[in-house]
Design a protein around this ligand. Structure first.
Ligand code: DX5
Ligand code: ZN
Length: 220
């Protein structure tokens, strides 16, 4: 399994204390920054555009993990590739079919950016299994996407186990990320099931950022 990476979700950043929280984040052991893009259609919430990503890139050297929860990922992925995303993860539910999903992964990779595919809680990962070599990451949502602070859905770990088995059997390079309701306890369960990338929002930003990140890293 790959080295465990923590991706703090800046959806939960305290925007009244942005510079202070960013400084703490930069000094922590987090290697990625998880950037949630919501369009008000695919999910019932609205968040950041590309200029905000550009601003964060000026304040941090963290790997920019952009999760686009939008109806038109073909168009929006391009905008965030241009804005400097290191990884763009779009939703399987937002593309027409698996062929369109693979085509978009190839397009993102061709631009020199890593490509991820995410599934909502009610979507199976089976359709992705034959194509994992086309993806740098699969993101398993462990809450309904749209809001931070929801409770972890433990039954999503079956998808993680299935993905891990397939990745190990074929020696794929694909990461498994989980997003929603992650804290020290649920993070441990996720790592045990086979996740190597943990997104956490409210858990990290509602306490000392460095300590929270470290508590997620000490899983083993
Ligand atoms: C939800 C977002 C998550 C969110 C997680 O749709 O994709 O990244 O920030 O927040 P927590 O960790 O608070 O569940
Ligand atoms: Zn997310």
């Amino acid at each position: 399994m790959k080295e465990l990476v923590i991706a703090p979700s800046i959806l939960s950043l305290d925007y009244a204390n942005t510079s202070e929280q960013l400084k703490e984040l930069n000094e922590s052991n987090a290697k990625w920054m998880h950037f949630d893009v919501m369009d008000g259609h695919f999910v019932p919430n609205l968040t950041f555009g590309p200029d905000i990503l550009k601003g964060f890139k000026k304040c941090s050297d963290l790997f920019m993990d952009v999760h686009i929860m939008v109806d038109n990922p073909e168009m929006i992925s391009e905008i965030f590739v241009k804005a400097g995303a290191d990884m763009v993860t779009f939703h399987l539910e937002a593309v027409k079919d698996i062929e369109a999903c693979i085509a978009l992964c190839r397009k993102i990779r061709a631009a020199g950016v890593k490509a991820g595919v995410s599934v909502k809680p009610k979507t199976d990962v089976d359709a992705l299994l034959p194509y994992l070599s086309e993806m740098d990451l699969v993101l398993v949502m462990s809450v309904e996407p749209g809001f931070g602070g929801q409770s972890f859905m433990e039954d999503m770990l079956d998808k993680v186990r299935k993905l891990r088995k397939e990745i190990e059997a074929n020696n794929y390079d694909t990461r498994i990320e989980i997003d929603g309701g992650i804290n020290a306890e649920t993070g441990k369960l996720a790592v045990e099931a086979g996740c190597d990338t943990l997104v956490a929002g409210s858990y990290i930003f509602k306490q000392n950022i460095k300590e929270a990140v470290d508590s997620l890293l000490c899983q083993k």
